[in-house]
Design a protein around this ligand. Structure first.
Ligand code: GLN
Length: 484
């Protein structure tokens, strides 16, 4: 069989189409790899073997009948555990939902399988997607395959760890403040945070509803585009989803001579690791050498983004997480009346970080503080959005770092929320404006850990971001390196 752990999605589909391997064989190969590697990486919380095998068998039968193969036929994928899957647990990395099984599939999960992908597992994550390292998971942290002493990033920690270790070819994550892009950067992957509204959130457990988006992770831009195409597009079950058809599967070549690139020079100054700075500048040079116009651009209000996000996201989460009361949902320790039961359920069911966010969110929304915190954060959000809109009058994409540095050691920041929050300083600004952004590998630090750059674009500008990432990827030639 010519499928390997590093095969691209289209190579796997091609192998299946030519009859050189069946979907069942592909499923078996990757499930074996999961059982070999997952015990040490802890990337996957629930291995969905039966479901992967059932999808694979159906695909093989339909191929035998002469039916056309869908675009992701036989391609293994892991799904972040805040996306509902019927019949398998959806824990959100929390004790609160440790035994909860969703009664339906998220739209993106349905679409994945309709596209022929084989769901091999539900991925570990920071609890309710709150975190930047995977360490707030109630089920222990996922590890970074490039160096197992390091975090894989978060909150889509298991999604990134699994794809970078070759346990799956593709993964779904969710990105509220950077949870697809930041782990992609830490694990040497391409991670796309789509335009707000481009992908259905039906069946995504809500964290901060004005920011949450589902996004794809892959080892290269083409694969990322294929997965994005499969999940994007209108969904009548999500009223925030834009009424647009799915994105096309194929990437047109980049018309680099027409591209105007804004280099976010302020973001590669002090406090940014040298390898990150070099990687971003190398990416800029590749575009410039290709004929793109590169100029320095500033986002005057971007320095308020982190503070604004850590008011807005907790405010929204304090409302969204009110539903976990030990009655409708959630871990229930019992108790004589509903008030006591809710208290006991929430005290024992939520971890430290989730409680911190709920408390902060309730505080910034409370009478007397709302103007000082929440409303001020909304003003900052507007100013930042305008900064991007102004920049996109002059340039087509903005280029900067995805994170200030490479992955850090497990335990280094888990006791220091502020240091943890700083991981998101570059990924948050485009999210606040609903703009699409993508992180892609742009080099390696001296200790061999990958580093990532971020590009952002106009709303619905995902194809340009993916084309640009592909153009750079073909010239940087980093893809042959894999974790050992
Ligand atoms: N790390 C950020 C946070 O903790 C972003 C999380 C996310 O995008 N889900 O809120």
């Amino acid at each position: 069989m010519s499928i390997s752990e590093w095969s691209t999605a289209s190579a796997i589909r091609g192998t299946v189409a030519k009859g050189e391997a069946s979907c069942v064989e592909s499923a078996r190969f990757f499930l074996d790899r999961v059982s070999k590697l997952n015990p040490s990486l802890n990337a996957i919380l629930t291995i969905t073997e039966e479901r992967a095998m059932a999808t694979a068998t159906t695909l093989d039968k339909s191929k035998a009948k002469g039916k056309a193969l869908p675009p992701l036929a036989g391609v293994p994928v892991v799904v972040k555990d805040n996306l509902c899957t019927k019949g398998q647990k959806t824990t959100c990395g929390s004790r609160m939902l440790a035994d909860w099984t969703a009664p339906y599939d998220a739209t993106v999960v349905e679409r994945l399988e309709a596209a022929g992908a084989l769901m091999v597992g539900k991925a570990n994550m920071d609890e309710f997607a709150m975190g930047s390292s995977g360490e707030t998971s109630a089920f222990g942290p996922a590890l970074n395959p490039w160096n197992r002493k390091m975090v894989p990033g978060g909150s889509s920690s298991g999604s990134a760890s699994a794809v970078s270790a070759g346990m799956a070819t593709l993964a779904l994550g969710s990105d509220t403040g950077g949870s697809v892009k930041q782990p992609a950067a830490f694990c040497g992957l391409v991670g796309l945070r789509p335009t707000y509204g481009r992908v259905s959130r039906y069946g995504l457990v809500a964290f901060a509803s004005s920011l949450d988006q589902v996004g794809p992770l892959a080892r290269n831009a083409d694969d990322c585009a294929l997965l994005f195409s499969a999940i994007s597009g209108e969904d009548p079950r999500d009223s925030t989803c834009l009424k647009l058809p799915p994105e096309s599967q194929r990437l047109e070549p980049l018309d680099v001579k027409k591209l105007r690139v804004g280099l976010l020079a302020e973001q590669i100054g002090k406090g940014v690791a040298p390898a990150v700075r070099e990687g971003v500048l190398k990416a800029a040079a590749i575009l410039e050498n290709g004929g793109a116009m590169v100029s320095e651009v500033s986002l005057p209000h971007a320095s308020y983004a982190l503070a604004a996000y850590y008011v807005i996201a907790p405010a929204e989460c304090s409302a969204n997480l009110a539903r976990y009361d030990g009655v409708r949902y959630g871990f229930s320790p019992g108790g004589p009346d509903s008030g006591e039961r809710a208290e006991a359920s929430r005290s024992a069911g939520f971890g430290e970080e989730v409680k911190r966010r709920i408390l902060a969110g309730t505080f910034v929304l409370s009478a007397g503080y709302r103007d000082a915190f929440y409303n001020k954060a909304l003003f900052a959000r507007q100013a930042i959005t305008r900064d991007f809109e102004n920049a996109f009058k002059e340039v087509d994409i903005l280029l900067g770092p995805a994170t200030p540095g490479p992955a850090f050691p497990i335990g280094e920041r888990s006791g220091d929320p502020m240091r943890m929050y700083l991981c998101d300083v570059f990924t948050i600004p485009p999210n606040l404006g609903g703009f699409p952004s993508l992180s892609f590998p742009c080099g390696f630090a001296s200790d061999g850990l990958p580093v990532g750059a971020q590009i952002s674009g106009r709303r619905l500008g995902e194809p340009l971001l993916l084309q640009t990432a592909k153009f750079i990827e073909e010239r940087l030639c980093l893809l042959e390196r894999h974790p050992s």
